[in-house]
Design a protein around this ligand. Structure first.
Ligand code: 3PG
Length: 205
């Protein structure tokens, strides 16, 4: 699964206010070359959106984000999600994901959290909120003490700093909402989303 993230390089973080936006947004992203997507559980429509995307795009890699409760892990697996992401590191979520055989990407923002997640067996972590927690400089500082750890920075990542993150040896991919924003969806701007996906898919290479 980590290899899949590494090939994807950019993971769109999706927040759906309208369920009808789910399939056109996912289709535009996939057509634009981004086929690992994170549907965040931040809106009432999130589960329906997830199911619609998984049904329409069974070969894409669709995960759930903003996972805070163990029950959400079970529901994500039942919906056909391929991975679960949480903003922080929670051993209860790690246990739930292991029990369901669902790939889990926990978040960390400090050295102590990296150590706790590493102790629990994780070697690939979300760095969140990336910009607010120290950004590129923080990840560079993590590289030497945590030689066996790699990261997916998310939170404040966008076209202006994308290449800086992807150039780091301990960064596998980045996540972010800029590729498909609420404004893009409200304006039915599927062409705009596709264009942004095309522009980012070769980032860092
Ligand atoms: C996330 O949950 O990963 C972040 O909220 C995405 O951050 P962004 O909106 O700054 O890209």
């Amino acid at each position: 699964m980590k290899g899949l993230f590494g090939r994807a390089k950019v993971i769109p973080v999706l927040i759906f206010d309208r369920v009808d936006d789910a399939v056109p947004t996912a289709t535009a992203l996939i057509e634009g070359g981004l086929s690992v997507l994170e549907v965040t559980l931040r809106t009432d429509t999130a589960w329906e959106a997830l199911e619609a995307i998984v049904t329409r795009h069974p070969r894409a890699t669709i995960g759930v984000g903003t996972v805070l409760e163990s029950e959400q892990i079970a529901r994500a697996k039942a919906c056909g999600a391929a991975f679960a992401v949480s903003p922080g590191f929670d051993p209860a979520l790690a246990a739930a994901a292991a029990a369901r055989d669902l790939f889990y990407l926990p978040g960390i923002a400090t050295a102590s959290e990296v150590m706790a997640a590493r102790r629990a067996g994780f070697r690939f972590l979300k760095f969140f909120p990336a910009e607010a927690a120290g950004g590129v400089a923080m990840l560079k500082s993590f590289a030497s003490p945590f030689r066996d750890m790699s990261f997916c920075p998310t939170g404040g990542v966008g076209p202006g700093n994308l290449d800086d993150y992807l150039s780091l040896s301990n960064v596998v991919c980045v996540g972010g909402s800029w590729v498909a924003t609420a404004g893009d969806m409200a304006g039915d701007d599927w062409d705009g989303i596709r264009t942004k996906a095309v522009a980012t898919r070769n980032a860092g290479s």
